[in-house]
Design a protein around this ligand. Structure first.
Ligand code: CP
Ligand code: NVA
Length: 307
């Protein structure tokens, strides 16, 4: 029997497999736009477990599974036994006997790893404190759609060295591009936490203007991620000079793209003129969560297909 594949970090798939997922994404997206039925996962069930809030991730997985012919079940910690101390391992044993694929949004990466090690079915990381691999799958697909291959390009990350940043850093090693990172002092990236092999694919800049200079893509995220709300006031002060504004975008390449995983806070990590301006591709980026995750689920459940 083939071993169960999980998607707990971006690097759980090889470069070749990620390229294949993008190839399938193009096909699946085109069929969706043409209202063509694509039901490879008929009678399959996705279980989605949320320990943190979500709009895009829930919607894209739930709609995506229906569009693939399957069904999706939503569980959260507030009204399931998961919030009442049932061991993660026991939950994984039971949930994976009743479903075909599981998506989890939770806190520590260790929780999803423990779940996966007791799951009979593929487990997908829908965001942890450490990583957000589904987001970067959509972001890179969006970059390729707009600008072609990302290999050799420069991505500027301005702001917090959070789960989305860590995943960009992993992506740089896999796809062969550079990340120029600028964080306030005290919020620097931790290469071990990002699961990196080396330091050659990123550079750190004290000044965000230097990080964005000549970049092909400028991206940022909220200053306070879910689970860190107690630090919010302190972060508002510490990050005040790390807002992506028009001046920063003008320092990037003239054709630079702007991305944000959303939800965004205009006037905090990004100025309205940037997120609502001509460089921004945030709505394409959000939509591509749907298409890339459909291709991902198809790949994890069926492997390579010929249709
Ligand atoms: N970008 C993203 O994951 O959004 P949600 O928190 O709404 O799922
Ligand atoms: N870094 C953010 C991403 C939200 C999609 C968070 O973890 O809250």
């Amino acid at each position: 029997m083939a071993t169960t594949r999980h998607f707990l970090q971006l690097k759980d798939l090889t470069r070749e497999e990620l390229d294949y997922v993008f190839e399938r994404t193009r096909i699946i997206k085109a069929r969706f736009k043409a209202y063509q039925r694509h039901w490879p996962l008929q009678d399959r069930t996705l279980v989605m477990i949320f320990e943190k809030a979500s709009t895009r991730t829930r919607l894209s997985f739930e709609a995506g599974m229906h569009q693939l012919g399957g069904s999706a079940i939503y569980l959260n910690t507030r009204d399931s036994q998961l919030g009442r101390g049932e061991p993660v391992e026991d939950a994984a044993e039971v949930i994976s006997r009743m479903s075909d694929i599981v998506m989890i949004r939770t806190y520590e990466q260790g929780i999803i790893e423990r779940f996966a090690s007791h799951s009979r079915v593929p487990v997908i990381n829908g965001l942890t404190n450490e990583y957000h691999p589904c987001q970067i799958l959509a972001d890179i697909f969006t970059f390729i759609e707009h600008r072609g291959p990302i290999q050799g390009r420069t991505v500027a990350w301005v702001g917090d060295s959070n789960n989305v940043c860590n995943t960009w850093l992993q992506a740089a090693e896999i796809f062969g591009f550079r990340v120029h990172v600028s964080t306030p002092p005290g919020y620097e990236i931790e290469p071990e936490r990002a699961g990196l092999h080396g330091r050659e694919h990123f550079r750190e800049f004290a000044d965000p203007m230097e990080a964005v200079r000549g970049a092909d893509l400028v991206t940022t995220d909220v200053w306070t991620s879910m689970g860190f709300e107690a630090e919010n006031e302190e972060r508002m002060r510490d990050f005040a000079d790390w807002q992506v504004d028009g001046e920063m975008m003008r320092a990037a390449r003239p054709d630079a793209l702007f991305m944000h995983c959303l939800p965004a806070h205009r006037g905090e990590e990004v100025a309205a003129e940037v997120i609502d301006g001509p460089h921004s591709v945030v709505w394409d980026e959000a939509e591509n969560r749907l298409h890339t995750q459909k291709a991902l689920m198809e790949f994890l459940l069926l492997g390579r297909v010929n249709d």
